[in-house]
Design a protein around this ligand. Structure first.
Ligand code: 8YV
Length: 327
């Protein structure tokens, strides 16, 4: 019989996923569910065929250098792979896969939820009401801003960006986007989306900005202090991608000064640490990285990890291979 590959899973995954992995592979689970230390990761890559990490594992060049002969695949549980040095892995002949597609709709839903929460002051209103602060309706009570008819500028028009666009279109918003290149004419027509080659120009004209691009060296601090200042004072910024894409300290300053009206953030530059200024702002809605956090989504992500490992095991190219320089 063929030896089952040794798979080390770095975090607690949904039970159904862990059960299936145990059936298929010689699976080692991380039972205490704490993020792995660097030393634990270095130990793990030295004695497995496949590592199944998550965003909380920094698989840098040092970890890759410690990989043993056996390590052939890093099957990430998640779409973003900015915590993995994909080029260093490729140089050692180690493949990297991710889980795109299955978290698209959930992340787009959460993007809309943040947009609505900020524009309609939902968290502020809910907190006030539960604290017993609803003292009676008045015509000017807690007015927010309408989404219908507003201009949404999407940064990064991949799967998630397009799913946000579809939802926003149904809300009666007009769709604008900045991307490395325009989407296909068919998609542009379906979404009635306007392409902005210049991010600066788009930022200056939008009512809402949604960040939906991956974090790469090219997008690190893409929304720098200078660019954030181009946004209109009534504009709202939503980020369900990666914190590193925005200069978080600069954003906190601008929100505090009401130079940007509000922000809905699911991700942070130094996650899980959050700029303390943001924590105190009434115009910021902050979530603990929940983009793909649905029961269904997390099971689907686990299934993708399994399919990628199994395909590789069977001697084929895994469907979700990430290549250096691809993102
Ligand atoms: C995950 C994510 O929660 O897929 C991603 O890129 O950010 C989230 O869906 C996380 O990455 C899991 O590793």
């Amino acid at each position: 019989p063929v030896r089952k590959p040794k798979v080390i899973v770095t975090r607690k995954l949904p039970d159904a996923v862990e059960t299936r992995m145990r059936e298929l592979f010689d699976t080692e689970l991380n039972l205490d569910d704490a993020p792995m230390t660097k030393a634990a990761l270095i130990d793990a890559v030295g004695r497995c065929d496949v590592l199944a990490p998550t965003i909380t594992d920094e698989i840098d060049a040092e970890v890759i250098a410690a990989a043993g002969e056996r390590l052939k695949l890093i099957a990430n549980f998640g779409a973003g792979v900015d915590h993995i040095d994909v080029a260093a892995a490729a140089a050692k002949g180690i493949g990297v896969t991710n889980t795109p597609g299955v978290l698209t709709e959930d992340t787009a839903d959460l993007t809309m939820a943040l947009m609505m929460a900020v524009s309609r002051r939902i968290v502020e209103g809910a907190n006030l009401t539960q604290a017993g602060g609803f003292s009676g309706w008045t015509p000017t009570w807690m007015m927010g801003r309408r989404l219908t008819g507003k201009r949404l500028g999407i940064i990064g028009m991949g799967r998630i960006g397009q799913a946000v666009a579809r939802r926003a279109k149904a809300f009666g918003m007009s769709i604008h986007y900045h991307n490395r290149k325009p989407v296909s004419p068919r998609i542009a027509e379906e979404l009635e989306a306007t392409y902005w080659e210049s991010l600066d120009q788009m930022l200056a004209r939008m009512d809402i900005i949604s960040v939906n691009c991956p974090h790469t060296p090219a997008t690190y601090h893409l929304l720098s202090a200078r660019r954030l200042k181009l946004m209109q004072p009534h504009a709202i910024l939503v980020n369900t991608a990666r914190g590193e894409i925005i200069d978080e300290a600069a954003l906190a300053e601008l929100l505090a000064a009401n130079a940007i009206a509000g922000a809905g953030l699911d991700v942070f530059e130094f996650e899980p640490a959050i700029n303390p200024k943001l924590l105190k702002l009434p115009n910021a809605v902050l979530l603990p990285h929940l983009g793909s956090a649905t029961v269904e989504g997390r099971i689907d992500m686990g299934e993708k990890v399994i399919i990628n490992i199994k395909t590789w095991m069977d001697g084929h190219r895994p469907p979700d291979r990430v290549l250096p320089g691809m993102l």
